[in-house]
Design a protein around this ligand. Sequence first.
Ligand code: UFG
Length: 335
Amino acid sequence: MNKVLVTGGLGFIGSHTVVELQNEGFEVLIIDNLSNSTIDVLDKITSITNKKPSYFNIDLKNKADVQHFFKENKVDGVIHFAASKAVGESVEKPLEYYENNIGTLVYLLQEMKAYKITNFIFSSSCTVYGQADELPITESAPIKPAESPYGNTKQIGEEIIKDVTNISNLKAIALRYFNPIGAHESAKIGELPIGVPQNLIPYVAQTAAGIRKELSVFGSDYPTIDGTAVRDYIHVVDLAKAHIIALSRLIHNKNKTAFEVFNIGTGKGNSVLEVIKSFEKVTGKKLNYKLVDRREGDITAAYADTAVANKELGWSSKLTLDDALLSAWKWQQTL
Ligand code: UFG
């Protein structure tokens, strides 16, 4: 049985990936410092899969703890989610973001090299493309100058990993996520926004639940079908499954090059107003919203060309926007 370390395994995407890994027979070890998650997620994962993953409350910034973990535990691969991800916060606290997202990546890769662990999956983001010149966005679209320290950590992270694959036996896949949303069908795990949500779907769900008075739709003058910005919303369960396929590809040496990147999205763009309509339809709840000015730093439109992921990974999204929004609403009702 393959043993996998999942860093950030109690977080939003991490927890869904741990569930899928355990369902596929992997033995999972989680490292999570609970900075953006809670310990009860461990019990929720256990109740969904009937299997408790091993859990280590380690902060990856503590190099000695990381070294100790790898000395004590043998793993066949690492899926690295643990990172800070708030775009606005990263502008206020760049050094925290570089330490948390880059420093920890370096420590992990150092230990993987020392213990000859050769399989690595990295959480990257479509943010590396900025506002792409052509839609849908292919993996060969140019990397644009990062618009935030957060985005920069994803670009630099990919470069660091690529450099290491050049000088060692490391094989790595960076998955460039589009907009992950939704929750597990059990409604036992989902996204836990701390404070006022910055992302659209948690804000929508909290507005429907009466926690927020009104959703602000940022920008109605974009050159899109209805003037609101367009994104590729990918169900977190589909996204989680892509990680298992990517890891298996590396474990079985099916990769074409030592460092590969794949877009993980649905391939379909939806506007903010389309999301609102879809949410209202599947939940039967009327959403209170108003059109306001654009949000600084937002791009007009982004959606994935998924041909490479379809062909190379044999992966494609199965769940729809409606599925994702309904699952997000069911999850919201448990909070
Ligand atoms: N939006 C609103 N109102 C809100 C929140 C969001 O109208 O209250 C709009 C945004 O303006 C945007 C869309 O909904 O047009 C999606 O916004 P999100 O904040 O949910 O997602 P982003 O596309 O802005 O950001 C996501 C990830 C980032 C990543 C980025 C890459 O959250 O981590 O994609 O493009 F960097």
